[in-house]
Design a protein around this ligand. Sequence first.
Ligand code: GLU
Length: 319
Amino acid sequence: MKLLRSLVAAGTVSLMATATVAQERFITIGTGGQTGVYFVVGQSICRLVNRGSADHGLKCTAPSTGGSIANINAIAAGDMDMGVAQSDWQYHAYNGSSQFEGNKFEKARAVFSVHGEPFTVIARADAGISSFEDLKGKRVNIGNPGSGQRATMEVVMNALGWSLDEFALASELKPAEQAAALGDNKVDAIIYTVGHPNGSIQEAVSTVDAVLVPVEGDAIDGLIEANPFYAGATVPGGMYKGSDADTRTFGVKATFVTSADVPDDVVYEVVKAVFDNFDRFKRLHPAFENLKEEEMIADGLSAPLHPGAEKYYKERGWM
Ligand code: GLU
């Protein structure tokens, strides 16, 4: 009898052990507006992660959010596990500078960078805007609070010594609303830091005659010189109807960030899902077409690499 009982007990133990192998854990990835590229980044990562749920137990969701700053704040608060954020805001969050002064996110961790994001200005063709200076006196969508473009627009305005009084109207519409506002003549121009091509600008140029506006000059050159996370950028001619020539501006990188509080095995499995299926990932959006592994694990990362990501990169012999 005694023997039997211990056999039963042993059986129970081994059953429990198998059940914990794929214990469910829900993870949330912060993205941006539905017509932007961050939404596709998050959805694509989750799709690849969820294909392996039976093995690792992770169930991934990637809801639409306000963008970079909102994502970083949600990760810092522990409300989200990971998210997409512009490289300039990853830098400032980790260093407690600019918008993050007094609100330093020391536990911010870099995972990888994704596509380039030119600071993009697009104006109605009938608005008489052919340079950034021409935005003075116009109705401009400066972006929703919480978005990367809104925060970077404020940096540009500071560099130029501009206040909101420069504009006839400064609206705070989200990316998903801005193309319709341009088409309905509610604004003359919209600002978006975003990968190309994207749904929002495609929607804008298909509803109204609109042109990409260059963002250049001494103030912009000064920003690029003073900050490692800014670089010159070009939106290629012919990408959008109405803009046949290249458009010069400056830009950042989209990056994937997390917190030191997120366990190593979780970050490891997410990174593995992306890079074990990298060709599939790259096919999920045209802005991912030219991604290269060696650039993604190095460029635009200013917070320390998360150890779960580092483990995978070392296993692949990339570090
Ligand atoms: N760069 C934008 C932001 O930080 C989002 C762009 C996108 O959604 O693709 O809010």
